[in-house]
Design a protein around this ligand. Sequence first.
Ligand SMILES: NC(=O)C1=CN([C@@H]2O[C@H](COP(=O)(O)OP(=O)(O)OC[C@H]3O[C@@H](n4cnc5c(N)ncnc54)[C@H](O)[C@@H]3O)[C@@H](O)[C@H]2O)C=CC1
Ligand SMILES: O=C1O[C@H](COP(=O)(O)O)[C@@H](O)[C@H](O)[C@H]1O
Length: 257
Amino acid sequence: MVQSVLLTGAAGRVGSAILGGLADDYEWRLLDREPSTDDQPGEFVVADITDAETVREAMDGIDVVIHLAGDPRPEAPWNSVLTNNIDGTQTVFEAAVDADVEKVVFASSNHAVGNYETDERTPEMYREHDDYLLDGTELPRPSNLYGVSKAAGETLGRYYHDEHDLSVACVRIGNLTQGHPPIGYERGQAMWLSYRDCAHLFDRCIRADYDYEIVYGISDNDRKYYSIARAREALGYDPQDNSAYYDGEERVVEPDA
Ligand SMILES: NC(=O)C1=CN([C@@H]2O[C@H](COP(=O)(O)OP(=O)(O)OC[C@H]3O[C@@H](n4cnc5c(N)ncnc54)[C@H](O)[C@@H]3O)[C@@H](O)[C@H]2O)C=CC1
Ligand SMILES: O=C1O[C@H](COP(=O)(O)O)[C@@H](O)[C@H](O)[C@H]1O
């Protein structure tokens, strides 16, 4: 049966990567406070996620919520992350439980654990020969207030799973860029997430069965310091891209070469 998916933050970059790969695969309801200028595959609700009543209405008949809406800036000030990322995320989880939604997929971030990147470990940990790996079982160690808000979102997910039996997947997204990995930025290459792997990962989050998961959302980069073992095991994630296949903007190695 085709599932109905509510995508918050649909007008943004991650939303565009997901819809670029999965537009025809689900019945979509899209929500964003900014109206989208693109052609959209489903009904588009212009709303703020802190508006509990409208968010509740948007959940009607929905099986799975992908919750992306929020302030994505690592340098975002506290008042913005408190409102958009923490209060908004609590509103989304609460409405999902009220509407008997099956799963919520929460867009967490590398910045929830950014302070594991200590002066002693960097830049070596961004390089292929270094075997330092975070696996999602470590405690949050945010690098900014934005990262604090993402750790809070993961904790809200834990609460709504334990207390209300909602299935929750928190995806600590790395660095999503279209076409090729970041250039001249080792950290960004280590945590690169290609558009196609992004769509595939969120597809797996919609389809897989799980209780509560924290996984890293990156491609299969040789430089990685985030393990993708849990995403493979719990969700069936099978990424196709690797920042090592690129020389600048150009893909120089094919995956099965
Ligand atoms: N792009 C990346 O590499 C990463 C993104 N993320 C997370 O993924 C999510 C999406 O990020 P992007 O697409 O890059 O950001 P974006 O800024 O391109 O998209 C976010 C969307 O959310 C909407 N939005 C923000 N606050 C809202 C509110 N209160 N109510 C309704 N809509 C609201 C914005 O209008 C925007 O369209 C964010 O939660 C971000 O923290 C996490 C790690 C990396
Ligand atoms: O959470 C996020 O992380 C990415 C990557 O972080 P950066 O410090 O390497 O830029 C960032 O681009 C994105 O805007 C943010 O939401």
